[in-house]
Design a protein around this ligand. Structure first.
Ligand code: ATP
Ligand code: MG
Length: 357
């Protein structure tokens, strides 16, 4: 029997509730299938670890993760710790350390979800956003001089490399090719930012020649926000830079009905290192410790994790169970105006997995 080694990193806030829920569902899937198993190792990194050790994760933390098949992550964020420490000290360290250069965010309106686009028919909104996850606007290049003086100045430099742009665009074209509509929209702001973004557009044209069966178009990021709202069915696979896709994917999650549902994968497409899967929501300290967090974003992330491991049948089975719980409004948590708890939703998904095996 194949046993996958999974690292769990709950992190902060509701991450500590949704990651154990994700683990419970994975254990149920494995038990129901009898074909594969999971060996979990939990890492208590995050804000509490920082208060004790002065760092979000230990210096040799990446070594402890290196031989895992995948990582299930919760959230990093703490009201008492500056955001740049919680972000750069843990999540980005793992994304960069393991060269997870493609951030993949599927968005779809699940059954039973009351999404805000009233003119949108079910099926009109079915997207996958690919976010460049290793460089660009978040390369960390820049500086600040003359702090506190009238001539104070600061820069954040967008750094794009040909290798970095080629590989994420090739990944996006390949993903578009694997989906039924074979359609890709490439987003930039190359009319206003005339170096890196123009290079991105040029490289898109080059890579497109490798994929004659994919139809693709270009969109400027400002026009893209309007198109997502007005013509959702005109979009399928979307690829954008680190900053642009960060913003567009939050919009996408909201259009699909709730932040609590949306999943993401930080992927090393070459399988050299473990990839990391997580709900897109943050630590949500306002509801933490109350058992109110919606675990669906984590469960959908588990679906992506299983697909990455090649367990397509189990992934499809879990997705069907997720759709069955969203279709049942008694299983809706507070973010969906319901009263269900994390434990109730989790138990229901586990029951369905045994019932439908
Ligand atoms: P961070 O600083 O880590 O980003 P945050 O407090 O900004 O965390 P977000 O995840 O960005 O939290 O979410 C904003 C709000 O949406 C939360 O305060 C919470 O009320 C709600 N929310 C987010 N995720 C969930 C979820 N899984 N279940 C229920 N409500 C959620
Ligand atoms: Mg937030």
């Amino acid at each position: 029997m194949k046993v996958y080694r999974i690292a769990t990193i709950p992190g902060d806030g509701i991450g500590k509730e949704v990651v154990p829920a994700g683990q419970q569902v994975m254990e149920a899937l494995a038990a129901a299938s009898g074909r594969f198993g999971f060996e979990f190792e939990n890492f208590d990194w995050g804000g509490d670890y920082y208060r004790q050790h002065g760092v979000m994760m230990p210096a040799d933390g990446l070594d402890a993760l290196r031989d895992k098949d995948a990582i299930l992550f919760g959230s990093a964020g703490d009201p008492d710790i500056p955001d740049h420490i919680t972000l750069w000290g843990l999540r980005l360290k793992i994304c960069q350390g393991f060269d997870q250069y493609a951030n993949v965010r599927p968005t779809r309106i699940l059954p039973g979800i009351d999404a805000p686009l009233k003119r949108c028919k079910p099926g009109d909104l079915d997207w996958v956003i690919v976010r460049e996850n290793s460089e660009g606007e978040y390369a960390g290049v820049g500086g600040r001089v003359h702090q506190g003086h009238p001539i104070e100045a600061a820069t954040d430099v967008t750094l794009m490399t040909r290798v970095g742009v080629e590989r994420v665009l090739r990944f996006a074209f390949r993903l578009a090719q694997s989906r039924p509509r074979r359609k890709l929209t490439v987003v930039t702001k190359s009319n206003a930012q005339r170096h890196a973004m123009v290079m991105w557009d040029e490289i898109a044209r080059e890579i497109a020649r490798e994929f004659p069966d994919v139809s693709w178009d270009k969109e400027l990021v400002d026009a893209m926000t309007a198109r997502m709202v007005n013509r959702p069915a005109s979009l399928d696979t979307i690829v954008a830079t680190n900053l642009h896709a960060d913003i567009l994917s939050d919009l996408a999650a909201a259009l699909a009905g709730s932040l609590g549902i949306a999943p993401t994968g930080n992927i090393d497409p070459e399988h050299r290192y473990p990839s990391m899967f997580e709900p897109i929501h943050g630590s949500a300290f306002d509801i933490m410790g109350k058992g109110l967090a919606n675990p669906v974003g984590t469960f959908w992330s588990v679906v992506m994790l299983l697909e990455h491991l090649g367990e397509h049948e189990a992934a499809a089975q879990l997705m069907r169970a997720i759709e069955a719980v969203t279709a049942d409004t008694t299983m809706h948590t507070g973010d969906l105006d319901g009263t269900a708890t994390t434990a109730q939703v989790t138990d229901r998904v586990c029951q369905l997995l045994f019932a439908t095996r």
